[in-house]
Write a protein that binds this ligand. Structure first.
Ligand code: ZN
Length: 122
C-alpha cells in the first residue's frame, strides 16, 4: 500500500482492501481517474470488477485507502462529503512528512471517528 502511494506521486493514490473477519488480506490498487494531487476518484467499472473478484475469493470490502501527498493523514472535506461506505475503514497515507503516516477512520453521516488501523491492516 505504501509502495503504491509513493509511486503515484505527485498524485493521490487510491485502492481497496478486502478480507474476512475484519482482517484485510488483499490489496487492490485502483486508478485515480482524477490524476490530482489533492483529490481522488475511482472508476466505477474498475470498482465493479474488483468487487466481483472479491466475491469470488469469498472476501468483503474492509477498507478504502488513499494518499495525501502534501496534507496530514486526516480526511479532507471532500473525503467526508464523498464517503460512500459507512462500514469501511478509510485509510489515509500522508506523505507530507519525512516518513509516511497512516490514519484510519470511519466516516458515517459525515461524522469522522478514529479507528486504530492496526486492527485492520495486519
Ligand atoms: Zn483525501
Amino acid at each position: 500500500m505504501l509502495h503504491h502511494c509513493i509511486v503515484q506521486l505527485p498524485y493521490e493514490a487510491c485502492g481497496l482492501l478486502s478480507g474476512k473477519d475484519w482482517r484485510a488480506t488483499t490489496l487492490w490498487t485502483m486508478d485515480n481517474v482524477e490524476k490530482s494531487p489533492i483529490s481522488f476518484a475511482m472508476d466505477t467499472k474498475q470498482i465493479e470488477a474488483v468487487f466481483g473478484e472479491m466475491k469470488k475469493k469469498g472476501e468483503e470490502l474492509i477498507g478504502i485507502y488513499h494518499s495525501h501527498p502534501t496534507a496530514p493523514p486526516y480526511p479532507s472535506h471532500l473525503d467526508i462529503a464523498y464517503a460512500a461506505y459507512p462500514d469501511a475503514a478509510y485509510i489515509i497515507v500522508s506523505l507530507s512528512g519525512k516518513s509516511p503516516e497512516i490514519g484510519c477512520f470511519r466516516i458515517q453521516n459525515r461524522q469522522v471517528t478514529v479507528w486504530p488501523w492496526q486492527t485492520v491492516i495486519t
